[in-house]
Write a protein that binds this ligand. Structure first.
Ligand code: PEP
Length: 253
């Protein structure tokens, strides 16, 4: 992996989305046991559905695997049926949270302003956010991918991130869960543009913020993607559900 200035450990993040009953805890146990035996170069985190958050945190207590929420509300508490707050994720022993995933932006109409407010809430609760950005197929075909993603990034990152630990995940919408992966050239171009924007927003700190790639990362393509310049890890959906596949991706980092 090639990165500018200070290079943190890569982050491999498993997003279980709306998948996972009690039996899925065994997969997380298997990941933790394997990493205990053979420590990984990467930091590893799992983002289960909210129903499993507390139990997964218990299962992974004392292991190197971090746990986080898939989303949080911008408010601490209140009349928001079905939502969970960043404080609740922390109370369930989660330490991270994904915000601005394209499925949230699309399914729930979340704007960059909502995402920025959620990031603020995450920071107040002491959580480390992963902030997702990514273009649609139409935007890519129209040649607008980079300008759209950089605009999205600019509007999703509050100034309060200065000095705080966070990551950005570039996830082209057309590559999520489809088996279509962005070409390495596309990834390199986008990650370089994201890096430049991070440096312009946060100075030296922006040079070290991990930029994850997400979109159909699998055991057979992970090494090539993770070796690309400015790729600081991966946000993995489908392939994070099985310990064997997730471990193979972790080992590629
Ligand atoms: C994701 O959930 O963010 C994702 C990238 O999913 P998948 O790896 O299944 O494409």
């Amino acid at each position: 992996m090639t990165q500018s200035s200070t290079t943190p450990r890569p982050l491999i993040a498993g997003n279980w989305k709306m998948n996972g009953l009690s039996v899925a805890l065994d997969e997380a146990r298997a990941v933790a046991a394997a990493l205990d035996e053979r420590p990984a170069a990467a930091r590893v985190a799992i983002f289960p559905p909210a129903t499993l958050l507390h139990r997964l945190a218990d299962v992974l207590a004392g292991s190197v695997v971090l746990v986080g929420g898939q989303d949080c509300h911008a408010k601490t508490s209140g009349a928001h049926t079905g939502d969970i707050s960043a404080e609740m994720i922390g109370d369930a022993n989660g330490t991270m949270v994904i915000v601005g995933h394209s499925e949230r932006r699309t399914d729930h109409g979340e704007t960059c302003q909502h995402v920025a407010a959620k990031v603020e809430a995450a920071l107040v609760a002491g959580l480390e956010p992963i902030i997702c950005v990514g273009e649609s197929l139409e935007q890519r075909q129209a040649g607008e991918a980079v300008s759209f993603v950089i605009g999205q990034l600019h509007n999703s990152l509050p100034a309060s991130l200065k000095g705080q630990a966070f990551s950005v995940a570039y996830e082209p919408i057309w590559a999520i869960g489809t088996g279509h992966v962005a070409s390495v050239d596309n990834i390199i171009e986008m990650h370089a543009a994201i890096r430049a924007e991070l440096i312009s927003l946060f100075g030296e700190q922006g040079g070290g913020v991990p930029i994850l790639y997400g979109g159909s990362v699998k055991p057979d393509n992970a090494a090539e993607i993770l070796a690309a310049p400015e790729v600081g890890g991966a946000l993995v959906g489908g392939a994070s559900l099985k310990a064997k596949d997730f471990l193979a991706i972790i080992e590629a980092a």
